[in-house]
Structures are given as structure tokens and as C-alpha cells.
Design a protein around this ligand. Structure first.
Ligand SMILES: *[C@@H]1O[C@H](CO)[C@@H](O)[C@H](O)[C@H]1NC(C)=O
Ligand SMILES: *[C@@H]1O[C@H](CO)[C@@H](O)[C@H](O)[C@H]1NC(C)=O
Ligand SMILES: *[C@@H]1O[C@H](CO)[C@@H](O)[C@H](O)[C@H]1NC(C)=O
Ligand SMILES: *[C@@H]1O[C@H](CO)[C@@H](O)[C@H](O)[C@H]1NC(C)=O
Ligand SMILES: *[C@@H]1O[C@H](CO)[C@@H](O)[C@H](O)[C@H]1NC(C)=O
Length: 274
């Protein structure tokens, strides 16, 4: 330890004047002293007993808990609870072999529905409508690329309660006939439970019929021909498409502007050198 102390003193006092050889020796001494202190000579060798890889913990997701903190999804949750569909969904979520994919509309989606859309449904129809928002399998967002080609997908409502999916450059669009919307965010996605937020309530043809009025032009007042369900309209798809189109001319303008500026600067410099 004497050499260590001396070295420390030397190190602090003479750091600026020492040559690199001395610094190296001092550092080596320090390092040696440190490792000696860290591992006492008489300590028994550490035996690493191979522990078996822990079995993956059952990933239990309490859907009620999750939906009540995210969102706000309180309207949908209220429907799930009043119809007892929450139990079916939780049971499906507990099934780690299959799992569940649930599309949850935000509260705003319900308040923007026409009043009659849900209030005149029978208890059984309301239950089916809730089940219509779930697929009996866990799908990550990237899985939807394949599902685009898979044709109509069965929902937990069964029968003719199917949904169509399309993946448009990473955005998952959902079609129910009456409703065209898209996954607007992922609330939870860990096998076996996927919960995706949607901006609209998914209205099934199996309840509201296939007599779907054509989408009304945006600014015109919606004709009162659909007594039970909202007329379908593209939610974001067309809008973002035209927005993308609208943004390209402005960026080319910007590039043109830069070119002009460069030309002015370059020709200005040229004039100056003349
Ligand atoms: C899930 O969470 C809700 C709300 O916190 C609670 O009432 C319910 O008992 C929980 N269910 C289970 C199975 O833990
Ligand atoms: C789901 O699993 C949890 C935890 O194992 C359990 O408490 C709950 O009762 C189950 N719920 C359903 C509906 O199967
Ligand atoms: C909905 O039901 C109420 C009575 O419960 C009735 O007055 C109303 O006309 C119904 N609306 C539609 C669109 O069927
Ligand atoms: C999607 O399709 C690709 C190629 O077609 C395949 O390799 C992949 O396993 C599929 N994924 C799913 C989830 O089906
Ligand atoms: C789903 O797509 C199929 C074609 O694959 C089409 O026949 C059907 O009408 C679509 N259903 C809905 C609800 O959009």
C-alpha cells in the first residue's frame, strides 16, 4: 500500500510534469491495488449454478383496467359492461393461444354518431355491435399487410359480421360497409392482446343493412335518407391523399425558390469578380 500512497501523491502533485512512462506505471499500480482489494485472495471460487430459463410469465391484461386509463374510451367500456361483452373479451384475452385484437372507438366517435344509430338497437344487436369490434386472434399492426389480401375477416360477433382490412403504406384501414376508418393509434400491442384506437364506431351491415347510401359530398348537408346509421364517409383516407398531393407542389416551389436564390447569388458573385 506504501507504493500506492506514494503513487497517489506523485500522481496528484506531479501529473503535469511526469512523463508518460511514469504515468503508465502509476496507473498500473493503482489498477493492481484496486483488483487486489476487490477480490480477496482467500475468497472461495464463485460457482455459477445454471438456473433454468424462467418460463414466460402469463401476460394477464385486465381489459377493464386498460380501457379505463387509456382513451377516453368510457362510452365503449360502458357498452361492453352493460352488454357483459367485456367478459367474453377478457376470456378471449386470457386465451394465450389465440389472443384478441380489439378496435376501440374514442368517446368522440360515439358523440358524433347520429342519435338513432345505437339507441334503437335491441339488446342483442348492441351486444353483436360490441363483439364486432374484436377479432378472435392477436394481430400486430404489421400483420395487417397480409390480412389485406385475406378477404373479409371474421369478428367475435361471428356469421356475416366481417371486417375488411387494407394496409395503405403502414396505415391500417378498416371497412365495415357503413364505416370506413383507420387505426389511429396503438393503445396496447403485446401478444396475446392488441388494442387499437379507431376514430369511428364500426357499424355492421349485418345490423344496418347493405342499403348503404353513397358518401355525401363533404360540405353539402347530409340527406336524411339513412334513419338508422350514419352515411359512410372516408375518414382521413381521401383527405390525407389530397393533402399529400397538395404538399408536393409547395415543396417543388420551395426547391425552385432555392434554385433562384442560388442563381442570384452565383451570378452576383460572377458580376463582382468581373
Ligand atoms: C379488472 O379490473 C377491474 C377494474 O379495476 C376490477 O374491478 C376487476 O376485478 C379486475 N379483474 C380481474 C380479473 O382482476
Ligand atoms: C382472466 O384471467 C385472470 C387472471 O388469471 C382471472 O382472474 C380472470 O377471472 C380471467 N377472466 C376471464 C373472463 O376468463
Ligand atoms: C327509435 O325508437 C323510438 C321509440 O323508442 C321511436 O320513437 C323512433 O322513431 C325510433 N327511431 C327510428 C329511427 O327508428
Ligand atoms: C405474411 O406474409 C409473408 C410472405 O407472404 C410471410 O412470410 C409471413 O409469415 C406472413 N405473416 C403472417 C403474420 O401471416
Ligand atoms: C369486403 O371486401 C369484399 C371483397 O374482398 C367485398 O365483396 C365486400 O363487400 C367488402 N365488405 C365490406 C363490408 O366492405
Amino acid at each position: 500500500m506504501g507504493s500506492l500512497d506514494r503513487c497517489s501523491v506523485e500522481f496528484s502533485d506531479q501529473i503535469l510534469t511526469m512523463d508518460s512512462g511514469k504515468i503508465f506505471i502509476c496507473l498500473t499500480t493503482l489498477l493492481f491495488a484496486y483488483t487486489q482489494a476487490a477480490t480477496p485472495a482467500h475468497s472461495p471460487p464463485i460457482i455459477l449454478t445454471p438456473t433454468p430459463a424462467p418460463a414466460p410469465a402469463p401476460t394477464y391484461v385486465n381489459l377493464t383496467d386498460l380501457l379505463s386509463v387509456a382513451g377516453p374510451f368510457s362510452t365503449f367500456l360502458k357498452y361492453l359492461e352493460s352488454t357483459k361483452v367485456i367478459e367474453t373479451l377478457q376470456n378471449q384475452a386470457n386465451n394465450t393461444d389465440e389472443g384478441i385484437t380489439l378496435f376501440v372507438p374514442k368517446d368522440k366517435a360515439f358523440s358524433s354518431l347520429k342519435k338513432q344509430s345505437l339507441s334503437n338497437l335491441t339488446a342483442d344487436q348492441l351486444k353483436q355491435l360490441c363483439l364486432f369490434h374484436a377479432l378472435p386472434h392477436y394481430y400486430s399492426l404489421s400483420d395487417f399487410k397480409n390480412l389485406s389480401d385475406a378477404g373479409p375477416m371474421n369478428t367475435l360477433a361471428g356469421g356475416s359480421y366481417t371486417l375488411n382490412f387494407t394496409d395503405i403504406s403502414g396505415t391500417v384501414r378498416i371497412g365495415s360497409g357503413w364505416t370506413n376508418t383507420e387505426v389511429s393509434s396503438s393503445v396496447h400491442s403485446t401478444d396475446p392482446v392488441a388494442i387499437y384506437q379507431v376514430n369511428k364506431v364500426l357499424l355492421p351491415e349485418a345490423i344496418f343493412g347493405t342499403d348503404i347510401p353513397p358518401p355525401a359530398p363533404a360540405p353539402a348537408p347530409v340527406p336524411d335518407i339513412a334513419p338508422v346509421a350514419d352515411a359512410p364517409d372516408a375518414d382521413g383516407g381521401k383527405g390525407s391523399g389530397s393533402a399529400a398531393k397538395a404538399s408536393s407542389p409547395s415543396s417543388s416551389h420551395r426547391i425552385l425558390g432555392w434554385r433562384w436564390l442560388m442563381m442570384v447569388v452565383v451570378s452576383g458573385g460572377f458580376v463582382v469578380t468581373l
